[in-house]
Each structure stands twice: as C-alpha cells, then as structure tokens.
Ligand binder design. Structure first.
Ligand code: FES
Ligand SMILES: [Fe+2]
Length: 423
C-alpha cells in the first residue's frame, strides 16, 4: 500500500492548545472551521487515517468500470478489475504525476494517462510506457494502491498504511441490516455533487440533529421531527408527531420481526475509531419512502422485499457519511473536504437494477425530497460558517437533542489527540 508516512499531523502550538482545551458540550472554537492549519490537521489526522465512504458498488458493476473521488488533496480511483475485484488507486500517474483520470465515471479496459500515454491495467500494473530505454522496468511503476472495502454495497477506502482495525467488527454488525436490500446489485438512478460554503464538520454536525428540522418542510412530510428527542425532553408542540411515531413504530417493528429484518439501535458514535450508528425507524404518512405522501416512488423494491412499508434504515458513519435505505430506494451521502470553508456533498440515489426511469419511477419524484433538503442544509451550513467566521463568535452549548453533534465532536477531538500524541 501507499506510504503516507509524510502526512504527519501539523504540530503548531495553536492547534495543540485548541485541541487540549476543547470544552465538552459546546461547539468547537472558530479555527477548527476556518483555519488552514487546522484543515491540514483534519486531512492528516482524519481523512488519511480513517475509512472514508467513497462510492457504491453499483457505480462500478462491471470489469473496467471506474469512478473517481477526491479526498481532500488525494484524488482516488475506485474500479472493478478484470477479475471483478474492487480496487482503489491514487489517481496520479507514476510518470510525471499527472492526474490520471478526469473526474467522473466511466469504463475502460486500461487506464491511459492523458499526458504521455502511460497505460495501466485494471490491476494497477504499468502495461505500456512509450519510448523508454531497454533498462526501464515497468514493474517499478504500478499505480499506488489504496485500501478498499465493500460493506453491503457501500464502498469505503482508507489511505493509511494500517487502517483502523475495528472496521471488520463494524462491517460485521452493519452488514446484516444492509444485505436484505441488495445494494450491491442496485442501479444508480442519480448522483449529485454540491459544493457547500462551509467546513466539512459543519456539514456533518448539521446532519446529526433535527433541532433545525422545521427548515425542512418537504422532508418533514415523512421524517418524524422527534428524531433525537426523548420522552423527557420532547417539546409540547412535537407531542402529536410523537404519538403518530409510536403507532407507526409499533407497526413497523412487527413487520421487521415478521420479515427477520434487524432493526435494533446500535449507537457507538464516539467510543471507537470507526464510530457508527444504525437503526431501522418508522416514517410518517404511508411510511414507505421519502416522498410527499410517503408512498414508494419506485415499483420494484430493493432486494425484492415483500412490502414497501418498512420505514427507513438510517446509518451514520464517522467521519464522512450517512445513509437512508427505504424499501424502494437508497440514498448515500459522502462529505468530502475541499478547503476550510468548502465541502463537496455527494448524494447518490439507488434503485432496483431492473427499474426503468419513466416506467417504474419518475426521477424528479424519486430525488425531490433530498434534493430540497440538501439545498436547505447547504444554506444552513453556509450561514453557520459565516457567523463562525466573525471575531464575535464563541462556542455555544448543545441542547440535549444535539447529543449526536457532541458525539461527533468528541469522536473528532479524540482522533486529533491520538494523531498529535503519535507525533
Ligand atoms: S505524466 Fe502520465 S504519462 Fe506522463
Ligand atoms: Fe437538515
């Protein structure tokens, strides 16, 4: 694997002291969101050390299929090789370092650099380098590989020499939830990249709470706004929604039991390297999908499951992803940092492989709710970034319903401490 031994965490005293004095239960100090040195630490301590959600198997179903993803300054290729194995490589030519493949997706028997035509096989081996002397040894110039794993059709990569060892355990625990939906053999119905004007952590933090959910009228047709609340801290105005939730929850639990679908909450967000949270949960109205009336938007159901009224399977993974799987489609979200105040949110919609657009589903109906929700969240993230950039900003307290934001920040700060201690 590639050695990233040079990407040590920066050791600036400002960074060290800010990490040391982080106050639990409060938002982070401004430089964590705005400062280039802190951003460098995020890349070195988080994005080059942990498993990053990068793609879905359905983007690369056939040998030669590839997709690209930029993880901070590291462009990466995820592809299916000739033996149908999943592979990942640094998207950097071994000749003079040109970016090998342009951004996007495609299919190719060989990977050809657009500069001087060095040509690599899908196994990363250099197959052709024009006009080299007889002494040239192509076996010394294969593409640099990156660790890659598929979990139930979700593809994670790790840039580190030694990825976090707990990923096997996490994979074993989340795969039983994912496998009944057969995402590995799903079809990509749509993919969107939006550039948000905020730090990547603000994108993640915003997703970990529903305190702001009245900003999502479309989503709240079916997503219960009680998410993150308990009986003890439920606001009175959410009581009717909570009553509906309890009824829907009892019904969907019966369905999960009958179909043998795992549904119990597992929440290990900040007590391990690969923090995660998974749960099956009810949806409002028809309870089938993220649509205006809650009814399924696509006719063949994922995995051929016998009923559409399954609520949603929600999965969060530290540091950069979340997922919703409903009976008729799945949506994956990947948060990819560009700069201290710029982040790509990549959203991918998956449907049954035999579903035909315009016949079995209308693309606009399928993508409408989360497209609107993403736009609304992007505005909130930009708003937070702008305020945090003011010298008047100081960290503020999380409400109880924001406990997952605290868990994210605690996971993050713990990882920074570990990285700084390793130096
Ligand atoms: S940089 Fe790729 S062939 Fe020269
Ligand atoms: Fe939101």
């Amino acid at each position: 694997m590639t050695s990233l031994g040079d990407t040590k965490a920066p050791e600036g005293p400002r960074v060290r002291s800010a990490v040391a004095r982080r106050a639990a239960g409060r938002s982070l100090e401004a430089p964590f969101y705005t400062d280039r040195e802190f951003f460098g630490l995020d890349i070195a301590a988080i994005f080059t050390r942990h498993w990053i959600f990068a793609a879905v198997d359905a983007e690369v179903p056939e040998p030669g299929d590839y997709t690209t993803v930029d993880i901070g300054p590291y462009p990466v290729i995820v592809l299916r090789d000739e033996e149908e194995n999943l592979r990942a490589f640094h998207n950097v030519c071994r000749h003079r370092g040109a970016r090998l493949l342009d951004a996007g997706r495609g299919s190719a028997g060989n990977l050809v650099c657009g500069y001087h035509k060095w040509t690599y096989g899908t196994d990363g081996a250099l197959r052709y380098a024009p006009s080299q002397p007889a002494s040239f040894d192509p076996s010394c110039f294969g593409l640099k590989s990156v660790h890659v794993r598929s979990v139930g059709g979700l593809v994670f990569v790790c840039l580190a020499d030694r990825p976090p060892a707990d990923f096997d355990d996490v994979a074993a625990r989340i795969e039983p939830y994912l496998l009944p939906h057969d995402l590995r053999h799903a079809k990509v119905a749509a993919r969107s990249d939006i550039v948000e004007d905020g730090n990547w952590k603000l994108v993640m933090e915003n997703n970990r709470e529903c305190y702001h959910c009245d900003g999502h009228p479309e989503l709240l047709r079916t997503f219960f706004p009680t998410y993150g609340y308990t009986e003890e801290n439920l606001p009175p105005q959410l009581r009717p929604a909570h009553e509906r939730y309890l009824r829907a929850d009892a019904e969907t639990r019966e369905t999960y039991e009958r179909l043998g679908l795992p549904y119990a909450l597992i929440e290990e967000l900040d007590n391990r390297a690969t923090g995660f949270r998974i749960q099956r949960d009810a949806l409002d109205l028809a309870g089938e999908s993220f649509t205006a009336d809650g009814k399924a938007a696509c006719r063949p159901l994922l995995g051929g499951l016998p009923t559409p009224r399954l609520g949603h399977l929600a999965l969060h993974m530290q540091p950069n992803s979340w997922f919703h799987v409903v009976a008729d489609h799945a949506i994956t979200f990947s948060v990819l940092p560009l700069a201290p105040d710029k982040t790509v949110l990549r959203t991918t919609w998956l449907v049954h492989p035999e579903a035909t657009e315009g016949v079995d589903y209308d693309l606009d109906t399928l993508t409408k709710i989360w497209t609107a929700t993403n736009e609304q969240d992007a505005h909130l993230v930009a708003r937070a970034q702008r305020g945090i950039s003011s010298p008047a900003y100081e960290p503020g307290p999380y409400a109880p319903t924001e406990y997952q934001v605290e868990a994210f920040c605690n996971w993050y700060i713990t990882r920074l401490r570990e990285a700084l201690d390793d130096d």
